[in-house]
Design a protein around this ligand. Structure first.
Ligand SMILES: CC(C)(COP(=O)(O)OP(=O)(O)OC[C@H]1O[C@@H](n2cnc3c(N)ncnc32)[C@H](O)[C@@H]1OP(=O)(O)O)[C@@H](O)C(=O)NCCC(=O)NCCS
Length: 161
């Protein structure tokens, strides 16, 4: 059975391990797995994750005692930036990512807008978020080789168009 709860500081190393495994495929596609420099989730230090657990909203999904996924919501003013939605590689495609995203949106329901950045090089990413109500707002060039999709969805505070 899947349970989703707030992350604790002790969960941080496992969350980072899952994040690195989950984004390794994207790193391989971009051709920069070794240094992670072109893929921010691969290069993120543990201290940043700990800071988010302490000061923002970080959720973990567990099957029994095993952490199988995580997500963070960083709220600034009335905007929530969704960061590092990750599911462990052997548990992807079974609804855990969707459950984490819904849980985070429920937890942070009172914002005007959710925003996130994803890499369209992984073909399933943009359609995944579109199915959850997000719309592509901009395609940007993070670097010469990496394009990023900016996506957003209205929160409860913003009237839907
Ligand atoms: C993207 C991600 C969080 C989705 O979580 P998930 O638990 O695999 O997704 P769900 O089971 O809830 O939904 C499955 C849908 O997600 C999409 N998807 C995106 N990436 C996928 C992947 N690697 N494996 C399976 N489905 C994936 C599929 O299109 C699938 O659609 P379908 O149900 O029509 O087949 C997860 O696959 C992951 O951690 N990927 C690597 C890291 C990443 O890219 N994170 C998001 C970008 S910020």
């Amino acid at each position: 059975m899947l349970t989703i709860t707030s992350a604790s500081i002790e969960d941080a190393p496992t969350m980072l391990d899952i994040q690195r495994r989950a984004f390794a495929e994207e790193g391989r596609r971009v051709g920069r797995l070794e240094d992670g420099q072109e893929i921010p989730p691969l290069a993120e230090p543990l201290a940043d994750l700990v800071e988010h657990i302490e000061g923002q909203t970080a959720l973990v999904a567990r099957e029994g005692n095993r952490i199988v996924g995580a997500v963070r919501g960083i709220v600034t003013g009335r905007v929530c930036v969704i960061r590092a939605l990750v599911v462990d590689t052997d548990r992807q495609g079974q609804g855990i990512g969707s459950a984490l995203l819904h849980a985070l949106e429920r937890r942070l329901a009172d914002v005007d807008r959710y925003e996130l950045t994803t890499n369209p090089i992984t073909a399933g990413n943009v359609p995944f978020y579109e199915r959850h109500g997000y719309r592509l707002t901009e395609l940007t060039h993070y670097s010469a080789t990496v394009r990023l999709a900016q996506m957003a969805k209205p929160g409860r505070g913003e009237p839907r168009q």
